[in-house]
Design a protein around this ligand. Structure first.
Ligand code: GLY
Length: 253
């Protein structure tokens, strides 16, 4: 919100970002997306606007409410799924250390996440292509956050449920093997993250809310979905709509 204010005040003033959550350190402070939510959609009003610098002090993380840590781990796991299989394996071996806020493990996970994000953003700052892959699980997750009116689940919690849903959809279309689907969902589960939408949310709610997602093009919903071996994903509108409907039905029941 402060970054968006800096982007529009007097057509732009300098700002410095001091992220104080895992989520902000590994995701929102890197890459220049600044925005605010709107009742009709998450992050609907915003600008690409880079800070002059980012100061991330990991000692702040010890002061966080309990749910913030798993929420940030959700985005960390995402980097492993979409582009960094070695990091995913490291996370499988070290997720409990991160949950215990082990300083060395946390510093490594943060640095590796920021390197992954910086590589993607450097290649595609304005999201004309590859940057969209950073939104694995986000189309479903944003629908959850909007449905809840924001402030109920944390962003990373909604994204985790969204990643589990994207994983189920890819599995049902044969785009990933059952072993990979299990590995992704096991890691999310071990990170103490939700694996399904909140009670009461329906497939219609998802379809309605996802129709205004920023990734819809010419009326076509486009999703980021894991595919092939670990570390790969696609950004596509070319998925089976019947498989999407079935996955939503299963996830919401
Ligand atoms: N959080 C996704 C991005 O920065 O593109």
């Amino acid at each position: 919100m402060a970054g968006f204010a800096a982007a529009v005040y007097q057509r732009g003033v300098h700002f410095v970002q001091v992220p104080s959550t895992v989520m902000a350190i590994v995701d929102s402070s890197v890459g220049g997306k600044t925005c605010v939510n709107h009742p009709k959609g998450k992050n609907m009003i915003g600008a690409f606007y880079q800070p002059r610098c980012v100061i991330a002090d990991v000692e702040l993380l010890g002061t966080l409410p309990d749910r913030e840590l798993p929420s940030g781990l959700s985005e960390i796991i995402k980097y492993g799924v979409i582009r960094d299989p070695e990091f995913f394996e490291w996370l499988e071996n070290n997720i409990e250390l991160l949950l215990d806020l082990n300083a060395e493990a946390m510093a490594y996970a943060i640095e590796r996440s920021c390197v992954n994000k910086a590589e993607v953003v450097s290649a595609d700052e304005r999201e004309v292509g590859i940057r969209a892959t950073l939104n694995l699980g986000h189309t479903f997750g944003h629908a959850i956050e909007t449905w809840q009116g924001y402030g109920s689940w944390l962003h990373g919690e909604a994204v985790a449920a969204g990643m589990a849903m994207a994983t189920d959809l890819s599995l049902s279309m044969g785009w990933i093997k059952p072993t990979l689907a299990s590995r992704i969902k096991n890691l999310l589960n071990r990170a103490e993250l939700p694996m399904a939408p909140p009670k009461g949310m329906t497939p219609d709610d998802f379809m309605h809310l996802m129709a205004v997602d920023k990734k819809v093009l010419n009326g076509q919903l486009r999703l980021i979905l894991p595919c092939g071996p670990l570390g790969n994903c696609v950004f596509t509108g070319d998925f089976d709509p019947a498989a999407l409907a079935a996955m939503l039905q299963n996830s919401c029941s």
